[in-house]
Unconditional design. Sequence first.
Length: 279
Amino acid sequence: MTTLHIVLSDLEVTHATLSKITLLQNKLSANVIWYLHHHQRLFDRRYFTHELAGISGELQANHESKIAQIELKIKKHFPKSSVYQCKEKYWSKQVNSNSTKLDPIVIVRSKTGLTSADNQHISQNKSTVFIINQEKWYSDGKAVGAIDPFHEDDEDNKSDMKVVEFMRKWCTPAEQSEPYLLHVIHIPPLAIEYEKQIEALHKEQIYRFAKTIKCSKSVISFIRGTPEDTLLSYADNNKVDFIVLGCREHSLFDKWLNGSTISALLSHQSCDLVLINTP
């Protein structure tokens, strides 16, 4: 049976987050394991074991009290789930030791964004990762899958096929009668005089891919613009709860360093994502 591994770094968990996890659990027919990641760099400072040793104990006790309150709240909503505490700087090792490559990881963004531990896991991701914030979804997890069969390092389009596979499993029959796949056509200013030819090329490639996977043209939407900005606008205008993207295991960290649609979207606090790894 699938197990959802939920990583929470904030010292609070909202009702919206609990509702999202409940929906994911039901959709995926999964067990749930929570990891409360609360490594505090503050306590690594030498002065907390020397000059400020007197208040260090009080601060840590207050911190532990907040963690205990979160754990009680989680157990109230998920009585059958396990809750672990992660005190190491990076949580990836502990989660990986309890999970398989088929188990999705759910990272709950902190109020200040993804932590260094979150980024470290994403850069080395080998499974499906949901990245969610603590705000309410528009609906019951409405999703759109972003496809782009033009990647030089994925000539067989394995990454896009994974996105389509996920969307077919996720969407209800009613949702599958509407567009649930999206392709962004980006035409840089330098090539604007050739926009018609470039747009035609994009659509030809997408429809060829659709024929390969036996997918109706009616479920594919096209939009123009810069990928990250356009995807965010589309999600907002169409009340999409999260965007599904494929990523290649061997190239994700390089793209992270050099800039990519994924890394740009990860920087947006309001955007919930699903990253599907393709070996």
